[in-house]
Design a protein around this ligand. Structure first.
Ligand SMILES: Nc1ncnc2c1ncn2[C@@H]1O[C@H](COP(=O)(O)OP(=O)(O)O)[C@@H](O)[C@H]1O
Ligand SMILES: Cc1ncc(COP(=O)(O)O)c(C=O)c1O
Ligand SMILES: [Mg+2]
Length: 270
């Protein structure tokens, strides 16, 4: 049997809701074989209000992971998640370029929900200039779209469109700006721009703060659909259904965090 295969180049979220844990669970839910190259380990401090601790992995330990998958196996699609240094961003971009990898979803992670400060402010430029041009699809949230486009704070759908246009001009064929829970709107709105048309994707907005890992789950659902051979827009429409169900059936882990339910669509149908 020919199993679709997907790679995630991303960080470990020890709490299990975001990062490679979210990616691999989401690939599995789609019947896609998941593989990973780990870039950073994130832990949360239960004695200090769940403060995030971030431990980057050395370049020499990331390279052989990538060689295993890219040279040794060959993914049908891939995504990037948290890339904690400029050198790691460059390594991911070079790997995609040198091996001609196709179906590349870049989730330009700059913030973790629940944390006020930007994790790695110096990385916005590297994501924009080095990695974005290698992407097929890029999936910034409101904050990240503001940073990548240079617009700054985004509060309206019109500004999301403006940001999408600017990010498209970096050389990304499909730009998906996520309004999510941050945009003041009665629906959960994302803007998709392909260089010609804008599409506003709307779904039911769920009143919950349990959205940890939503962006990781969404981008890995897109990646899984691409690995299965879907066209980019169809991959995104299907992923929007998947993430909406995952948020609808999200749950608390403790007083600090509630992840999306990666099995939501399979278990409850919507
Ligand atoms: N409360 C919500 N109800 C429904 N959909 C949501 C909600 N919050 C986020 N989403 C959707 O989840 C997906 C991930 O978006 P977002 O949470 O903004 O990403 P990130 O986790 O990267 O910040 C998007 O499709 C967004 O519209
Ligand atoms: C390893 C890792 N990657 C990515 C993220 C981003 O998560 P989200 O999908 O909520 O944007 C987090 C947040 O905690 C993380 O720990
Ligand atoms: Mg995110």
């Amino acid at each position: 049997m020919n199993m679709p295969k997907a790679l995630t180049i991303a960080g470990s979220d020890s709490s299990g809701g975001a990062g490679i844990q979210a990616d691999l669970k989401t690939f599995q839910e789609h019947g896609v074989y998941g593989m990973s190259a780990l870039t950073v380990i994130v832990a949360m401090d239960p004695q200090n209000d769940w403060h995030h601790q971030v431990f980057p992995i050395e370049l020499d330990v990331i390279k052989p992971q990538l060689a295993t998958i890219v040279e040794g196996i060959g993914p049908d699609a891939m995504k990037t998640g948290m890339l904690p240094t400029v050198d790691i961003i460059r390594l991911a971009a070079d790997t995609i370029h040198q091996h001609g990898l196709k179906n590349v979803v870049v989730d330009p992670v700059m913030v973790c929900k629940g944390e006020d400060e930007v994790l790695f402010p110096e990385l916005a430029e590297a994501l924009r200039d080095i990695l974005a041009p290698q992407a097929t699809v890029i999936t910034p949230n409101l904050f990240e779209a503001g940073q990548l486009s240079g617009i700054g704070t985004i509060t309206t759908v019109e500004q999301m469109k403006e940001a999408a246009e600017k990010i498209h001009s970096l050389g990304v064929p499909y730009v998906l700006v996520k309004g999510g829970g941050k945009l003041e709107h009665e629906k959960a709105v994302d803007v998709l721009y392909d260089g010609t048309d804008f599409e506003v994707l709307e779904s039911e907005r769920i009143e919950t703060s349990y959205t940890h890992g939503a962006g990781c789950t969404y981008s890995s659902a897109i990646t899984a659909n691409l690995a299965k051979g879907m066209e980019v827009k169809d991959a995104i429409y299907e992923a929007k259904k998947f993430i909406t169900a995952a948020i609808k059936h999200s749950f608390p882990l403790n007083e600090y965090v509630g992840p999306t339910n990666h099995a939501g669509l399979r278990l409850y149908g919507e």
